[in-house]
Write a protein that binds this ligand. Structure first.
Ligand SMILES: *Cc1c(COP(=O)(O)O)cnc(C)c1O
Length: 479
């Protein structure tokens, strides 16, 4: 019997570990993590995974008997090692899934262990104010007005974008909150570029607007939303009796890292009396660098912004943010009162009544710990270095005769070795990508830019070096 059990005179339950056991197991897990970090470079970046293999492996867990924690933790880590695309591998030139910063992992461990409940401010005042402090800082760096900038952490960009649509609907059509969209004299429609993140379709479905309410506006040859096409689409929809209510600008498209003309979109939204949301899920992190922040110029004019900390800020998932000057609008959108929740504290906002989630993890704490430790300059250095590596990759690729198809200041490179439009062949490029993946040294993907297939490599891991870029270029040349 350990000390705490002796003190309370009870026997320990299965879930309660004694202090010595806890220390030993925490140490054990740290050892597993360290071993993985040290060995990840030698692991294949791409798992050979078959759902039936994994299910067969899992059959040993029928949960009928107890096992030792070492056996379970060790095997769980082994499964993760074997059957995961290792985004912690420096050769992962992937989909904005970063190597999680160790400081962020440590912050997240504190969150998991203290488990503050942020549904009501009064249950987790420290963590609630930490979240608010970080949200306000990010909003201020983006140039949003508001004293402070409001918002909250989300599970990710998709939830933040959903929040943007709900807030815009509520502000534009106040009756929607009680009567629903069916009570409106027409169908509300929203506009995003054809290169935007297509979660907009799911979001329109979830909001009861229907997927057909999303207008995917054509892009100009540089893959940015065409403001003239947007103006035309809005006019045509109005003529049909539809109700345009929201323009979405993407700052850093998922495929090509392209930034829509934010000022043009803001101007148009203003003229049309529409709301303006900017999805900066990935590239919003550039706000932390004075050198790169100008690429986001115009973002401060948005009614709301999405910025994921689990992308370019290298936090463990999930860590999105929704940022807005409109605190009152959030309270109106998510208002609810219950008899069982604690009363609101004067001067504080209860997250459950101003965001989509109810029970809420202290998501911002890991970013707080990291930001406070490395400072903005530390983050800026990482982001600028990754940007420089992107430029280096672009130069190396053109040096060996590949063509870069996207124009962006951000470290995502879309490229092909096809000489002309006829030669663009997705199957051939896919075979190249497969060869690179099979080498085990690098992970890249296949994408399509306005219908043109391309290979895509993104500097998403802060541990990636010039040597890793050289190694990717070498594999591409061989493939
Ligand atoms: C990743 C991404 C999203 C979705 O964010 P999640 O965090 O995956 O939910 C939305 N928009 C853009 C531009 C993205 O890159």
């Amino acid at each position: 019997m350990d000390g705490s059990a002796a003190r309370t005179g009870t026997t320990t339950t299965a879930l309660e570990l004694g202090a010595d056991e806890r220390r030993r197991l925490f140490g054990h897990v740290l050892e597993l993590i360290e071993r993985h970090a040290e060995g990840v470079r030698d692991l294949p970046g791409t798992p050979v995974a078959d759902p039936y293999d994994i299910r067969r492996h899992l059959e040993r867990y029928d949960f009928d008997g107890a096992m030792t924690p070492e056996a379970v933790l060790g095997d769980t880590a082994a499964m993760l090692r074997r059957w995961t695309v290792h985004t912690t591998h420096p050769g992962y030139f992937g989909l904005f899934n970063p190597n999680p910063a160790p400081l962020g992992v440590l912050g997240d461990l504190l969150t998991a262990a203290f488990n503050p409940q942020l549904a009501a401010w009064s249950h987790g005042p420290a963590a609630a104010e930490i979240d608010r402090h970080v949200v306000a800082y990010l909003g201020e760096r983006l140039g949003l007005p508001g004293d402070p900038v409001a918002g909250h952490f989300t599970s990710g960009g998709a939830e933040a974008n959903l929040t943007g649509v709900l807030l815009a609907l509520t502000r534009t059509f106040p009756e929607v909150g009680e009567e629903g969209v069916g009570a409106l004299p027409g169908r509300p429609v929203l506009y995003a570029s054809a290169e935007s993140h297509l979660a907009w379709l799911k979001i329109a479905h979830m909001c009861g607007l229907g997927r057909g309410a999303v207008r995917l506006v054509p892009v100009t040859p540089d893959l940015r939303m065409d403001p003239a096409a947007l103006a035309e689409a809005i006019a045509a929809d109005r003529a049909r009796g539809l109700l345009p209510f929201l323009v979405v600008g993407t700052a850093g498209t998922t495929g090509a890292g392209v930034i829509d003309p934010l000022h043009d979109l803001a101007d148009l939204a203003e003229t049309e009396g529409m709301r303006f949301h900017v999805d900066a899920a990935w590239a919003g992190a550039a706000a932390l660098s004075d050198r790169l922040r100008p690429v986001l110029d115009g973002i401060g004019r948005a009614h709301s912004v999405t910025l994921d900390a689990h992308k370019w800020l290298s936090m463990p998932m999930g860590a999105g943010t929704f940022l807005t000057p409109d605190a009152a609008g959030l309270r109106e959108t998510f208002r609810v009162t219950t008899s069982f929740m604690p009363d609101e504290i004067s001067g504080a906002t209860d997250p459950y009544a101003s965001s989509a989630q109810w029970s809420r993890r202290a998501i911002g704490l890991k970013l707080f710990v990291t930001l406070a430790t490395v400072g903005r300059a530390g983050y800026a250095q990482v982001i600028e270095r990754q940007t420089d590596l992107g430029a280096y990759l672009r130069g190396r690729l053109t040096g060996i005769g590949w063509r870069v198809l996207n124009d962006t200041p951000l470290p995502v490179v879309c490229f092909t070795n096809a000489r002309d439009a006829q030669a663009h062949d997705a199957a051939r490029l896919e075979a190249v990508a497969r060869r690179v993946l099979d080498s085990g040294r690098a992970w890249i993907s296949l994408t399509s830019l306005a219908g043109t297939p391309a290979l895509r490599a993104c500097i998403t891991n802060f541990a990636t070096t010039e040597a890793d870029v050289d190694s990717l270029v070498g594999e591409l040349a061989r493939a």
